[in-house]
Design a protein around this ligand. Structure first.
Ligand code: P6P
Length: 333
């Protein structure tokens, strides 16, 4: 017997897990759901609509901004600001945070950080991309303008986090601190159904995900760990399998389901690596820990890092506990 539970019903059924958020988080998820459906529609016609390719300007990261980045950023911004529960938004596509200060936002308690379309350069080559989001309660006084400090909270303070993966199917995966659940989108009726209840990453896996093209620039510990993964040792299931898509959400989602480790380390010229702490690594780390895995910068727990800047980067080691712990041992050398 199929038990069809929608994302909306599931969030309401489980809102008792996050006290003090009587239905508010459910409404914020409603906004994320709505925007994700619009992005799903555009991605799935990107090949034919005039939305593919370069939007003509660069984002604050100096990266070529794909038209879909702009579209998705605008839709998530519009959907989140329309409900009066969120007082501010920070996005990979925006230099500074954005304050929502219309009358309906008076007293709103939450802030959202988002990477609207992570891995967008993969859209043109039909590779899965994703939206990553992170939700906090504001810490500045409710009757004052939202402040940068509201966005620079440690990852441990997240109220909720998740991603939408636009792949062979579109899925929304999220946590509010009581486990991880996945919902698959049925575009024929516009509904997300619960498809992956209580997701857990296997304690150990056989997949390692790293861009080995940067090998010569990696720290010695990362080089040694990669060689460890490639050694022949049947007792420890090695050599492992190398899988790297170049789209964080896709690489993470696969490893969450199958077990594995994803590494984006520091490398020559980029001491903090490439991935952003606030709207990529913190939400993914929250999900990983809730699914029984580990997320660190190679030495320190990601969620304990004290943010200093909105777009700061961090080295990122995330995945099955045994594999990340092993990789961290090599980083001590
Ligand atoms: P590289 C996409 O641009 C992204 O931000 C992540 O989604 C992905 O994991 C990483 O960069 C890939 O970077 O340097 O290996 O191409």
């Amino acid at each position: 017997m199929e038990n069809l539970i929608t994302l909306g019903e599931f969030v309401i059924q489980n809102q008792h897990h996050y006290p003090g958020a009587t239905g508010e988080l459910s409404q914020i998820f409603g906004a994320i759901k709505l925007a994700s459906k619009l992005v799903h529609r555009e991605i799935n016609k990107a090949g034919i609509a005039d939305i593919v390719g370069y939007a003509g300007q660069d984002n604050i990261q100096g990266e070529r901004q794909q038209k879909l980045d702009v579209y998705a950023n605008e839709k998530f911004k519009a959907a989140l600001s329309a409900r009066g529960l969120v007082c501010g938004l920070a996005s990979e596509e925006e230099e500074s945070f954005i304050e929502f200060n219309q009358p309906l936002h008076k007293g709103s308690k939450y802030i959202v950080l988002i990477d609207p379309v992570d891995g967008s350069s993969n859209i043109d080559v039909n590779v899965a991309v994703g939206t990553i989001f992170s939700i906090y309660r504001r810490i500045s006084p409710a009757d004052s303008p939202v402040q940068l400090a509201d966005f620079l909270q440690r990852g441990t303070e997240q109220v909720a986090a998740g991603y939408v993966i636009f792949g062979s199917s579109t899925m929304l995966v999220y946590t509010t601190g009581s486990g991880v659940n996945g919902f698959t989108f049925d575009p024929s009726i516009g509904v997300y159904y619960l498809s992956h209840r209580s997701m857990r990453i296997p304690e150990k896996g056989k997949i390692y995900s790293v861009n080995e093209g940067n090998y010569v620039h990696f720290p010695e510990g990362v080089k040694h760990y990669i060689k460890y993964c490639q050694e022949h040792d049947p007792e420890t299931d090695r050599p492992y399998t190398s899988r790297y898509i170049g789209s964080l959400v896709a690489d993470f989602h696969r490893n969450l389901l199958k077990g594995g480790i994803f590494i984006y380390p520091s490398y020559a010229g980029n001491p903090s690596g490439k991935l952003r702490l606030l709207y990529e690594c913190n939400p993914i780390a929250f999900l990983m820990e809730q699914a029984g895995g580990v997320a660190s910068d190679g030495r320190k727990r990601i969620l304990d890092i004290e943010p200093k800047e909105l777009h700061q980067r961090t080295p990122f080691f995330v995945g099955s506990r045994e594999m990340v712990v092993k990789a961290e041992e090599f980083m001590l050398d």
